[in-house]
Design a binder for this molecule. Structure first.
Ligand SMILES: Cc1cc2nc3c(=O)[nH]c(=O)nc-3n(C[C@H](O)[C@H](O)[C@H](O)COP(=O)(O)OP(=O)(O)OC[C@H]3O[C@@H](n4cnc5c(N)ncnc54)[C@H](O)[C@@H]3O)c2cc1C
Length: 541
């Protein structure tokens, strides 16, 4: 009985935390509906219209003869082995959706569900001929909607699946994270990746990929051995340390959508078995001491230990929350010994500590916010008939921290979170920040070894604010304003680097922030493989 209660409490805490992972918006209690259609008249629509104008929408290339006629589109459809969905067709409304309903007002001219690299090359010949905007799409989680636009969307989700051979796995570029984990776990293998189950492996890997075992096994991109990509000229290229090695370098952290359309990845994998999960919470009155303790403990812990700390507030007068979650590759006893060091530094024990050893796959489900769901259920209903997840809206910004926060920095941080309570957000909204511990295997790779330059940070942060479908546009705008000023208040303490997978249209110096010293080499690779800038979006290299 007591054990059952403990288990239920564990699942409740895990669900509330969205796993120990970065974001809770993948969990099914987000209040949004996958079948909800476009959020007409809501904040979602208002925002998407403005951002859609900036995302992937551009004039036909100079020299393009004419716009494609209906007959040209029909010919493209015949040339593809996968379906091409056009405006007016019954499946168009669902086909054009991204994960965030903010982008429902985007209207691509076509969505091509490519089944193989040849289909991708055919699409690229079409967009070159007519000078159409083009965007690759995998999981559709781009924070700026840059996997859609006004032109042709090349969707790679029909190229999915995990094929394990010994210690390597070849993975279709359209595989979603939960299917990635499931396919690998069936062979007792794992690769580090993100928490959200519906994020696509392509977008995640191309921008890095930070996950709950990254301190032990590195970024997702650090585990890529080889990949196949169709470049702007329609050539299918294999990239690894000996073939197209410059492109291979760029595709490990250079960011999605920049160099071509990736069709598959080959990963090195790790043997996996049981893993410890933990979730801890303290009263808000202890928050300053917990942050201070966490930041000197988490980035310097053994590689086997990964953790994050999540501070969140809701509109109104309630007290914000602070939770630490994480994973440990080892025994429950060894995990407990590590956590005691955190408690000692914080000067108090958490009010409700939960720790459990579980299977690797179940841990990935818990981290995904799918603690009590099956793998099939851990999808959107449009992706799997059993799917129980819902789409969700969110604004995100990021930072990397290379120095611990001073007491002034911690005070600013807590004041920023608390101010969300007075920010005039929508009912049911949330605002906060999650810090993910780095160090370990991530920082042992040199900044120039791959395009992912951020190799000296102690932790990264994601500032987020979410709201339910139907929230008033004015309230959402206030939440957005709160997020911008919270991020602004942290400038004196952050490194100035930002995570290229949390694309941020408001970031003025994004080139330096995402790529730092690797920018020059990335620009050369772009000029070599996409000289006419077929792949373009507001923050394209
Ligand atoms: C709810 C949520 C949770 C997240 N959790 C994590 C996390 O735990 N860890 C982490 O590191 N990140 C996380 N992210 C960030 C995530 O890694 C990025 O948003 C990533 O770009 C999403 O990839 P996608 O394939 O799902 O998105 P998409 O929108 O399909 O693609 C993102 C970008 O990659 C391009 N792209 C897509 N497919 C291809 C392809 N085959 N070839 C070339 N370019 C392509 C697109 O054009 C677009 O520019 C999260 C994001 C969200 C919204």
């Amino acid at each position: 009985m007591a054990e059952d209660q403990g288990r239920r409490a564990f699942l409740r805490l895990a669900a509330a935390a969205g796993g120990a992972g970065l974001l809770s918006s993948c969990s099914r209690d987000s209040g949004t509906s996958a079948a909800g259609g476009s959020a007409s008249g809501t904040a979602s629509t208002a925002t998407a219209t403005a951002e859609g104008a900036a995302s992937g929408v551009r004039a036909a290339a100079p020299g393009a003869a004419r716009s494609p006629s209906p007959a040209d589109w029909a010919a493209l459809g015949r040339d593809l082995s996968g379906p091409l969905v056009r405006p007016g067709e019954s499946s168009y409304t669902v086909s054009k959706r991204l994960f965030d309903p903010r982008f429902d007002s985007l209207h691509p001219a076509g969505i091509a569900y490519c089944r193989n690299p040849h289909d991708v090359a055919t699409c690229l010949a079409f967009v070159r001929k007519f000078g159409l905007p083009v965007a690759a799409r995998c999981g559709g989680h781009s924070y700026a909607g840059w996997s859609s636009g006004s032109g042709l969307v090349i969707d790679v989700t029909r190229m999915s699946g995990v094929n394990v051979s010994g210690s390597t796995a070849t993975v279709g570029a359209g595989t979603r994270l939960i299917d990635f984990y499931n396919g690998l776990a069936a062979h007792g293998r794992g690769v580090p990746g993100g928490s959200c189950p519906t994020v696509g492996i392509a977008g995640l890997t191309l921008g890095g990929g930070v996950g709950v075992v990254s301190r032990a096994y590195g970024l997702t991109s650090d585990n890529v051995k080889s990949l196949q990509i169709v470049t702007a000229d329609g050539q299918v290229r294999t990239c690894n340390s000996s073939q197209n090695s410059d492109l291979f370098w760029a595709c490990r952290g250079g960011g999605g959508g920049n160099f071509g359309v990736v069709t598959s990845f080959t990963f090195g994998t790790h043997p996996v078995g049981q893993i410890v999960l933990f979730f801890l919470s303290w009263p808000w009155s202890q928050a300053a001491r917990v942050i201070s303790a966490w930041q000197s403990w988490a980035p310097h812990a053994p590689d086997a230990l990964w953790s994050n700390v999540h501070l969140a507030a809701a509109p109104g007068g309630s007290v914000p929350s602070i939770q630490v979650g994480g994973t440990f590759l080892g025994s429950l006893g060894a995990a407990a010994a590590q956590l005691e060091k955190l408690y000692a530094a914080a000067g108090s024990h958490p009010s409700s500590p939960f720790m459990e050893t579980t299977s690797w796959l179940h841990a990935m489900l818990v981290e995904a916010g799918c603690a009590s769901l099956t793998v099939n259920q851990c999808h959107l209903p449009t992706q799997n008939p059993a799917g129980k997840l819902a789409r969700a809206s969110e604004y995100a910004k990021s930072d990397f921290f290379t120095k611990p926060l001073s007491s002034h920095g911690i005070g600013t941080l807590l004041a920023g979170v608390e101010s969300f309570q007075r920010a005039g957000g929508a009912p049911g909204a949330s605002g906060g920040i999650a810090f993910d511990a780095l160090g370990g295997a991530v920082n042992r790779v040199s900044p120039g070894a791959t395009a992912f330059v951020h190799r000296n940070a102690l932790f990264q942060a994601q500032y987020t604010t979410t709201w339910p479908v139907g929230a008033a546009a004015a309230a959402v705008a206030r939440q957005h304003g709160w997020q911008q000023s919270f991020w602004q208040s942290m400038r004196p303490f952050a490194s100035g680097q930002a995570y290229q997978n949390y694309v941020d249209p408001a970031l003025a110096n994004w080139r330096q922030a995402y790529y730092g010293a690797n920018l020059a080499r990335l620009t050369q690779v772009k000029a070599k493989y996409d000289p006419n800038r077929v792949f373009r979006f507001p923050q394209a290299i």
